[in-house]
Design a protein around this ligand. Structure first.
Ligand code: HEC
Length: 125
């Protein structure tokens, strides 16, 4: 019982810290092109815009399946992870349609880019 509580608290602390890190990075580097007011101009997915991110996520899933057909069978968290990894890859490398590599945060680690994506693709503000 106590053990479960400690594990639960650690997990909560971990998720909050990933989220906080993601928000900081977003506010510093990504908001210039991904804030709801700037996104239409850049044709980028706006932060917390569920329908915009749903499209990105389904494209990312298609991309992941192209590389590894086994992804098609993935469900739940495993599927979400494949999608996230694909979005991270695309953000780290940048795209031909205006997403700069690492979103201009050259000092960011891949984990930090991932946390910014988790933050901006979530529905919460
Ligand atoms: C200079 C403007 C600019 C900045 C700064 C920027 N982005 Fe982007 N981003 C874009 C544009 C434009 C797109 C849409 C590109 C496309 O459709 O290929 C995009 C798309 C994305 C996507 C979706 C990629 C996909 O494959 O669908 C992710 C994820 C992303 N950005 C993450 C970030 C993160 C994280 C940051 C900050 C660290 C960031 N961006 C900073 C312009 C920017």
């Amino acid at each position: 019982m106590k053990f479960k509580f400690i594990l639960g608290s650690l997990f909560l602390m971990f998720s909050f810290s990933v989220f906080a890190d993601g928000k900081n990075i977003f506010d510093r580097y990504c908001t210039a092109c991904h804030s709801p007011s700037m996104a239409p101009m850049f044709l980028s997915p706006a932060a917390h815009d569920k329908s915009a991110w749903d499209i990105r996520k389904s494209n990312a899933l298609e991309e992941a399946i192209k590389k590894n057909p086994a992804v098609r069978g993935a469900v739940g968290n495993q599927k979400e992870n494949f999608i996230l990894e694909e979005l991270v890859l695309s953000a780290v490398n940048g795209t031909d349609n205006g997403m700069p590599p690492k979103g201009t945060c050259n000092d960011c680690t891949t984990e930090q880019i991932k946390s910014a994506i988790i933050y901006m693709s979530s529905e919460a503000n």
